[in-house]
Design a protein around this ligand. Structure first.
Ligand code: XMP
Length: 528
């Protein structure tokens, strides 16, 4: 059974039955936004198990199946007699209709995917304060043909007569759209209506509650055993280090492997911050020379990534044996990583997750068989912005909380072609200027990523009376929501001028600065 926050002892206010939707955890996250505690469980949960959890409401998630197919997943029919309010979302609504005696069929010619205006027929209960004509996000190929006995229509769209339905006296509701996605403009209003007004949940679940419960979960799980954490300096592993320090103190050892590809001043900042100021055990591993020498003569970006990943594992292995033994490996896995992750196995005896792969941030493949740890992943149900909130509450500085994303192989992939110390120094200085000037202009937080790239071609320039023959630096600044798509940032000319002047004047080996004005797609954010 999955738990959308952690395996806390408290009873959830809302239980989400997962029918295989990619949005189940997003629903849990929206419920957290209403400050209510929820958990996600498999749709196979029994009515008896649910009664023991004593939730105030149940949500049936969407899912990829068709309820009229023979093998379609349905819920325990006894759930309908628990006298608990239920909201069915998309496939979840179709489960409700089917199990309560209505009919669902293929919406031939009437399937709806994407945005649709919602025409509200009954603006009460679930749809209180939901604006007529507001956009809802549809994604369905099946539709309700006949409502079950006792149900009424709350809203329709052009293609879907029963877009929202209710059986008011049993407090059962169904929506054919996805209120949890951002495109559904009044989706949060609906979710609040259900959670607060229909289920009468009180808003008592905050970031601090999460932290307190995560700490007691970690304590319970780890006992007096030792935990190893690979600290990268990003917001996920930094937040985790703070959380674990609070939970288990000196049983935590952080390992910071300096590959030599970090940004200017970062290794020093990290050691000073974590080790000196907050007395978190951080073992600094200087592996700079090892990594650069492994990359000698290597130009292909994929081979570079592979070499860096393999070397990381080697260093990690050697150092954890030296510093160990450790029982647990802590990872700053977030929910989006969980969706992608195929790198974990479950121990058949204990049911605990075992690491066979370090988080993709480090771009590493499998850990050797004799070096497998049990996992501690207290952030695995959270989304990035929620981790930022947790980090802030734990006292992490804005500098870390709002840090721009940075690839695991770092500057090594932002130098095209062979990586050398000379190029690394050059790029580090140029990158520092880009970020410093963007911050100085007050634009750092508006930009998703601002950085420099070094191209391994030389061109002619002139400085004073001297002819130069040096590298160009590319300035890359993009805006993005999630890194999947991006647009190039329109920076003021005066800022670009300052960046360009400073780079050519202050960075040895560079005589030209160019601006990347490609969006993603067709470009990528990084150059490699
Ligand atoms: P691209 O270049 O594919 O990058 O548009 C999308 C986002 O992913 C980041 N990125 C990485 N992050 N490890 C990471 O943790 C990596 O190896 C890696 N490679 C790219 C990139 O910075 C951008 O935010």
């Amino acid at each position: 059974m999955r738990d959308s926050m952690n395996s806390s002892q408290r009873n959830p206010s809302i239980v989400i039955l997962d029918f295989g939707s990619q949005y189940s955890e997003l629903i849990a996250r929206r419920i957290r936004e209403t400050e209510v505690y929820s958990i996600v469980v498999s749709y196979t949960v029994t009515a008896e198990q649910l009664s023991q959890m004593a939730p105030k409401g149940i949500i049936l998630s969407g899912g990829p199946s068709s309820v009229y197919k023979e093998s379609a997943p349905l819920c325990d029919p006894a759930i309908w007699d628990l006298k608990i309010p239920v909201l069915g979302v998309c496939y979840g609504m179709q489960v409700m209709v089917k199990q309560l005696g209505g009919i669902v069929e293929a919406a031939i010619g009437k399937a709806e995917y994407g945005k649709a205006p919602l025409e509200v027929d009954d603006p009460t209960a679930l749809l209180t304060n939901v604006e007529n004509g507001s956009t809802m996000w549809m994604s369905h190929g099946d539709s309700v043909k006949d409502l079950p006995f006792g149900f009424v229509r709350l809203a329709h769209t052009q293609n879907t007569p029963d877009a929202a339905i209710a059986c008011h006296n049993r407090r059962f509701y169904g929506v054919q759209f996805h209120p949890e996605v951002v495109h559904s403009t009044f989706g949060m209003v609906m979710i609040r209506n259900f959670v607060h007004n229909i289920c009468l949940c009180s808003p008592d679940w905050t970031t601090n509650t999460f932290i307190d419960e995560a700490i007691s979960d970690v304590k319970r799980k780890v006992g007096n055993k030792r935990v190893l954490l690979a600290l990268s300096g990003g917001v996920d592993s930094s937040t985790l280090a703070f959380l674990l320090k609070k939970a288990i103190g000196d049983q935590l050892t952080c390992m910071f492997i300096d590959q030599g590809f970090m940004r200017k001043g970062e290794p020093e900042f990290l050691m000073d911050y974590f080790h000196e100021k907050f007395h978190i055990n951080v073992e600094y591993i200087n592996a700079r020379e090892r990594f650069v020498s492994k990359l000698k003569g290597v130009c292909d970006p994929e081979i570079k990534r592979k070499i860096i990943g393999e070397e990381f594992i080697r260093v990690f292995e050697e150092e954890s044996l030296r510093l160990g033994p450790f029982d647990y490996l802590a990872q700053g896995t977030l929910y989006p990583d969980v969706i992608e992750s195929s790198g974990t196995n479950v121990d058949p005896q204990t049911g605990e997750r075992i690491a066979v792969k370090i988080k993709s941030h480090h771009n590493v493949g499998g850990l050797p068989k004799d070096l497998q740890f049990k996992l501690v992943e207290p952030l695995r149900t959270l989304f990035k912005d929620e981790v930022r909130k947790v980090g802030r509450s734990l006292g992490l500085p804005e500098e870390i909380v709002c840090r721009h994303p940075f690839p695991g192989p770092g500057l090594a992939i932002r130098i095209l072609g062979e990586v050398t110390h000379e190029k690394l120094n050059c790029l580090r200085d140029a990158d520092f200027i880009v970020r410093e000037e963007v911050a100085e202009a007050g634009l750092y937080h508006e930009i998703w990523q601002a950085f420099a790239v070094l191209l391994p071609v030389r061109s002619v320039g002139v400085m004073g009376d001297q002819r130069t023959y040096a590298w160009p630096i590319v300035v890359r600044c993009v805006s993005s929501e999630d890194g999947m798509t991006a647009d190039w940032s329109r920076l003021p000319d005066s800022l670009l001028e300052k960046i360009s002047n400073r780079i050519v004047n202050e960075v040895r080996g560079v005589n030209r600065v160019v601006l990347d004005i490609t969006s993603k797609p067709p470009g990528t954010i990084e150059w490699e």
